[in-house]
Design a protein. Structure first.
Ligand SMILES: Nc1ncnc2c1ncn2[C@@H]1O[C@H](COP(=O)(O)OP(=O)(O)OP(=O)(O)O)[C@@H](O)[C@H]1O
Ligand SMILES: [Mg+2]
Length: 263
């Protein structure tokens, strides 16, 4: 029996109130539940709490309450060591490409480092770096350059290659193209779509762009003030939004068809 690849149950998270010491904590996520099927794309849109949700799911910031199951494994039940072992299987691409890579390492070293931890022998690592850089479109001749020598778009491509080198099963994509030049955004999104099939991945795709997310994801969730106010099949949600906030998002979004008409 195979259940969902990711199951998130009643996740809540608070942070200490900025500037008001001892005055309690403010909630950022409230009772968030959803699941992602094997090979599926879950799209998350909304105003606030998206990155926190990504970090909480990965246990980079453990939740205050609620549970995360990866392939049925309850993350809260794992020791630090076991969690570290599981981590490569869930990779994340963060929204800021400039912070994705260690500035002190060449991109080849960055990629090798992760694979070393996985226990891959040196020869295999070298070959894998070459294959993956090639796949994302970074010339091999640039493998020994430092992150600062790359554009934001290229850094994001390296981050994607690095994530793939961990042989992940789930990728959490936190606005992977939002901070990139408009001219390279489509390339990155299309690459991610292709990689999904090639590497048998499941995606959680986070974005503020409902159009893009609706286009990519079979299932959508809408986060409003830290609560998942609506979720379901993308088609239904876009055609028949139930929550006022979702309705607002749908009304304010230009559909691809509208855009094409204007051309
Ligand atoms: N480590 C932290 N400590 C305290 N507050 C935090 C922390 N991380 C995030 N927050 C706060 O939590 C709220 C949600 O932030 P988050 O980054 O999750 O939103 P987001 O949906 O990703 O936003 P964006 O669309 O701008 O990326 C914000 O008010 C933010 O200031
Ligand atoms: Mg964010």
């Amino acid at each position: 029996m195979s259940g969902p690849i990711l199951l998130v149950q009643n996740l809540s998270k608070t942070f200490a109130g900025a500037g008001i010491p001892r005055r309690g904590r403010f909630p950022v996520l409230k009772d968030v539940s959803f699941s992602i099927e094997e090979g599926g794309v879950f799209g998350l849109v909304g105003d606030s709490g998206k990155t926190t949700l990504a970090r909480t799911i990965l246990y980079l910031d453990p939740p205050d309450s609620g549970e995360v199951f990866f392939r049925g494994i309850r993350l809260s039940s794992l020791s630090a060591g076991k969690l570290r072992k599981l981590r490569p299987r869930m990779q994340v691409i963060f929204q800021d490409p400039h912070r994705a890579l260690d500035p002190r390492l060449t991109i080849r070293q960055s990629m090798e480092e992760g694979m070393k931890n996985l226990g891959l022998p040196k020869k295999k690592r070298g070959a894998e770096v070459k294959t993956l850089l090639d796949r994302v479109g970074i010339p091999w001749s640039q493998a020994d350059l430092y992150p600062r020598e790359f554009s934001a778009g290229q850094k994001q491509l390296v981050a994607i290659a690095r994530a793939l080198s961990m042989r992940p099963e789930l990728l959490i994509l936190d606005e992977p193209a939002a901070n990139l030049d408009v001219s390279v955004q489509a390339g990155v999104i299309n690459l991610l779509l292709d990689l999904k099939g090639e590497y048998n991945l499941s995606y959680m795709f986070i974005s503020r762009d409902l159009d893009l997310t609706g286009y990519l994801a079979a299932t959508l969730g809408v986060l409003k003030d830290g609560r998942l106010v609506e979720s379901g099949p993308a088609e239904d949600l876009l055609a028949n939004p139930q929550h006022p906030y979702t309705r607002e998002l749908v009304e304010n979004s230009l559909t691809f068809m509208d855009l094409n008409k204007e051309e």
